[in-house]
Ligand binder design. Sequence first.
Ligand code: SF4
Length: 383
Amino acid sequence: MELSGLQIFKYTPAAKKLPESNCKKCGCPTCMIFSLKLAKNQIDLSCCPYISQEFMEVYNDSIKQPQDTITIGNLKIGGENVLYRHEKTFINPTVLAIIVDCVNSDWQKMIKQVCDFKVTRINVDYGVDLVILKNFSANNVEMTNLLKNNSQINFIAYEDLQDSGLNMVLEDDFQTTKDFLIKTRTKAILEKDEKYRAPVAVLMKNDDFNFQCARASYYLCKYANMIVFEEFNPELLSTLIMLRQNIFTDPQKTLQIEPELYKFNNPDKESIVFLTTNFALTYYAVASELEKLSVPSYLIIVPTKGMSVLTAWSAQTLNSEIIAQTIDQYRIREILNTRKIIIPGLIADMKNELQQACPDFEFVEGTKDASDISKFVENMCKI
Ligand code: SF4
């Protein structure tokens, strides 16, 4: 468990009221500042000459990584140091792997299917992370060429995976496997038990799709570092990829998209213009509606540090001044003849203020909900 600044402070001379307290020899004005910096890894422990043996042991134990990190190709596996995402964040997404047995007559076809598989979600492309080759011969020219041509996927021979440092577990019944995964991770994180440091790969049993999907989803949440399938099933993988994307996000970072002027359905200088914030979920809700419209449009994305409309408005990262700056920055006056901008209905109160900041534009109150955009545009076109 990482130590907080206050936990560290308790061991310093200032907390123990020793004569050397706040001596500044570490370069910090007080022992408290030293403690806060040490907690954030901004200073070295050796900078204080008065660190006690007792604290040295506590500190060294606290920085010990509970789980090993294993590298295969461009994948990092393990390295986790919390039990629950909200405590900090999970580090390395569970690897989804497929076994291809090279003695099977259709092994090349299977590799092609695996390599062609792609899921795009929130602007990120995902696929199978790792192909594990059984009965692989490096001398087989056909095989070597095929692997070279699919260099975007990681490949590993089954024997090499066994020697990689992963704890490879054949899936038993659900309860046993689940208990094993929870015990392993808990021992590693809470007790830093050396015996449980190895990241765990679960080799799934092949059975009914629904049961397999449910079990794999559980293992992905708690606590498999890799899940290995013997069969390639795009529906199963898509489900797990979406689940994984939600779990392996940093709860301290909002999902945001690049602020810029987005185009939908080939707009021209006269097309309608919408405006919203760069919170990813807001953007995707609005963008999917604009894509469906029969008319072309633009979407001005205001940089709001990834906040949604109302949050940004109350935090003042969305105000008339920032919107006016964004309009200037994207050179809207030069690019478009349109002088009407549809703002989210949630910030309708900002209309007058906006009118004063940009008198050459008309700001129109749009919908509060993205799903009402098509009806709104239909009504607007009738006018
Ligand atoms: Fe406190 Fe820094 Fe002096 Fe150590 S060196 S006693 S941390 S002020």
